[in-house]
Design a protein. Structure first.
Length: 236
């Protein structure tokens, strides 16, 4: 019973073992509480100010890319919130907080730019109305998708390929429905970016004692030092 409790506990972040995921999750919990309890007009203003739409990216790209990653579309009960906790915890235990943050940031930034730049070009060419420059686009889903793709490379094949197939199917299904094609393409791109990090994360995992493929997703590799550091609207 105690062993089962410990195994479940390792699926969740802690301040000592996974400080990046724990700290980021705390911030997301606070912003989700604000989104769920503050005045709706204030929440809309905050979301609008945090949106990585073309107009904001042109004026202050760094600030808005950071701010957009402070919100979870759908709140704390969103599937992306659960994915964030489980996947980032597992990834950080294997490769460390700084690298896990790098993977998340890679997906968030590159997929955001890859989906918003074409919008700006289409408006400039007259193929989209000017209002498209102000489309809502915020959230953590691009970073989560990249983290899933990256973590898959540290798992044994019997976990890796079913995970990628399941996530890829869900993202492709969203794209087929054409609810928000630009964002849905961004999710698939972010997943592919995560897969592209396999050589780097595998080296990092080996340096920390091995990835221990096939064991509990959130179990740290042997020899890992404790405390090693470190969207309604479009859901990026």
């Amino acid at each position: 019973m105690a062993r089962a409790a410990r195994s479940v506990g390792r699926l969740l972040p802690t301040a000592l073992d996974t400080p990046f995921t724990f700290g980021y999750a705390t911030v997301l919990a606070v912003t989700s509480y604000v989104a769920g309890h503050a005045d709706p007009a204030l929440v809309r203003a905050l979301h609008q100010a945090s949106s990585t739409d073309v107009a904001h990216l042109v004026r202050y790209p760094v600030a808005v890319l950071f701010a957009s990653a402070l919100w979870i579309v759908g709140g704390i009960l969103s599937p992306y919130a659960a994915g964030f906790l489980l996947v980032l915890t597992a990834l950080e235990r294997r490769i460390g907080g700084a690298r896990a943050a790098g993977v998340f940031l890679l997906g968030h930034v590159v997929a955001t730019l890859a989906t918003e730049v074409p919008v700006g070009l289409a408006v400039w060419a007259g193929h989209l109305p000017g209002s498209s420059l102000h489309r809502y686009d915020y959230g953590i889903s691009f970073g989560v998708a990249a983290s899933v793709g990256s973590l898959a490379g540290l798992l044994s094949p019997w976990l890796r390929w079913p995970l990628l197939a399941l996530v890829g199917f869900v993202l492709a299904e969203d794209l087929i429905l054409l609810d928000d094609p630009m964002t849905n393409w961004g999710h698939l791109l972010a997943l592919a970016l995560g897969v592209a990090t396999w050589p780097v994360v595998r080296r990092a995992a080996r340096a920390r004692g091995g990835s221990r493929s096939g064991r509990d997703l959130a179990d740290p590799p042997t020899g890992t030092a404790r405390g090693a550091g470190a969207d309604g609207p479009a859901a990026s």
